[in-house]
Design a protein around this ligand. Structure first.
Ligand SMILES: *Cc1c(COP(=O)(O)O)cnc(C)c1O
Length: 418
């Protein structure tokens, strides 16, 4: 496997990804443009899958991290299942050839249409997040004359050390059923004839570096499973969610996937449970870069700005989560990092920045830059704000690259409007 940080490196001062010069892609596809490494995505998936060989397991890639059909297809062909959170994601997964029997459906607000579509598709299980949802799934399964497999998503009440917007596992968050109530909820759900209460699931948040909260959550879930089994519930699977962090800053390396998966394996092995995991970020995050072109340099007060053609509508993570992304010129200069600047986009918001006070090499209008580690929650959170067409997406696979999503056009922007 390549660098655990990202798959790009300089060859003769030219930034490359899996042997392809990124400047070539930028010139032919235009900017802004997302570029993903198939090899990195597969290596990340296999790091999970290989570590869990020998115990019953399914890696359900969290499609919300990056739902491009080509990426879903790549993972489906490698044997992955999928964690979905909407009917739209179910549609994408099925279109990409994903196996419905390896799909789990999470989310606090599933509509009856979405639940029914998932029943029709024959997904593996619903991760149910409330009692009214259990009642609805039961009623819809009854209408179809089938039994729906259920894991109740519990909130294990551990606090994950991560950004407040992406922590989900403490009491007071909207996700799951309080773990203290879970036993009673399973009891009350026992009478539903069209539900098969076979699993327990949890997911405590994203971009986590510290195993402790995740292991604590796993312990609590496994304790609950022991209690439920003692009360004659036939619990066959446990879903421990996603959440492993990735390296955004070179000096803050994330724990390797294999270590994380091994720790969970050690918890779940030997209990007669099929282990499900739902990683998103750690599968695709380090596999993507966003290519952008420098439009202008300007000064305001004592600040320097590098204005580029990518903006918060293309990549909202810096604005939304204070996220740090390394920014590299596609052509390395020998001048060192002599510039301290904000890298900003054209959107009319002061929050529209890709980096602030960044020490970086001198760059000039016309230069191309790569914003690193944007494979997860990058394009997935892109919007058309300021009537900006969403960027193209490119996949590098086996030394060749191809466009896997065309850049949107102005016609796309007004589609469906009167
Ligand atoms: C977002 C999400 C995931 C994936 O989280 P990552 O941090 O990207 O691994 C998994 N499960 C559920 C229920 C989610 O909402």
């Amino acid at each position: 496997m390549k660098s655990t940080m990202h798959p790009v490196n300089y060859v003769d001062r030219t930034l490359t990804c899996d042997g392809v010069a990124l400047a070539d892609i930028a010139a032919k596809t235009g900017t802004p443009c997302y570029v993903y490494s198939a090899a990195t995505i597969l290596a990340n998936y296999r790091a999970y899958d290989d570590t869990l060989q020998g115990i019953p397991h399914t890696i359900c890639y969290a499609a919300k991290a990056n739902g491009n059909l080509a990426i879903l297809r790549l993972l489906a062909q490698a044997g992955a299942g999928f964690d979905i959170v909407s009917g739209g994601e179910l549609h994408r997964v099925l279109k990409a050839g994903g196996n419905p029997a390896k799909v789990v459906f999470s989310g606090v607000g599933k509509t009856s249409e979405e639940i029914d579509a998932a029943l029709a598709a024959g997904i593996f299980a619903f991760n149910c997040e409330s009692e009214p949802e259990l009642a609805l799934v039961d009623a819809l399964a009854h209408r179809r004359g089938i039994r729906a497999r259920i894991a109740i998503r519990v909130n294990p009440d551990v606090s994950a050390a991560t950004h407040a917007h992406i922590a989900t596992g403490s009491l007071g968050h909207k996700f799951g059923v309080d773990i203290g109530q879970a036993e009673a909820v399973y009891e009350r759900a026992r009478h539903y004839e069209n539900l098969s209460l076979e699993g327990v699931s949890c997911h405590i948040g994203s971009q986590q570096f510290d195993f402790d909260p995740m292991m604590q959550a796993a312990n609590r879930v496994l304790e609950l499973i022991a209690v439920l089994r003692a009360k004659d519930f036939e619990i066959r699977h446990v879903d421990l969610g996603g959440g492993l962090g990735i390296t955004y800053r070179p000096d803050e390396p994330a724990p390797p996937i294999s270590e994380f998966a091994m720790a969970l394996r050690e918890k779940a092995a030997g209990l007669g449970l099929h282990l499900f995991l739902e990683p998103g970020r750690s599968i695709v995050g380090n596999a993507g870069v966003l290519l952008t072109r420098v439009l202008y340099r300007k000064k305001s007060g004592d600040k320097e700005f590098v204005v580029v053609d990518a903006a918060m509508n293309d990549l909202i993570r810096p604005a939304l989560y204070d996220a740090h992304h390394e920014i590299l010129p596609l052509r390395a200069t020998s001048s060192g990092c002599g510039l301290r600047a904000d890298v900003v986009g054209p959107v009319c918001e002061s929050g529209d920045f890709l980096a602030q006070d960044r020490q970086m090499p001198e760059v000039f209008p016309g230069d191309f830059l790569a914003v690193c580690t944007v494979g997860a929650y990058g394009f997935a959170q892109a919007s058309n704000y300021n009537a900006r067409p969403r960027p193209a997406e490119v996949l590098i696979e086996n030394g060749a690259w191809r466009v896997i999503r065309k850049r949107e056009t102005f016609e796309d922007l007004i589609k469906g409007e009167e």
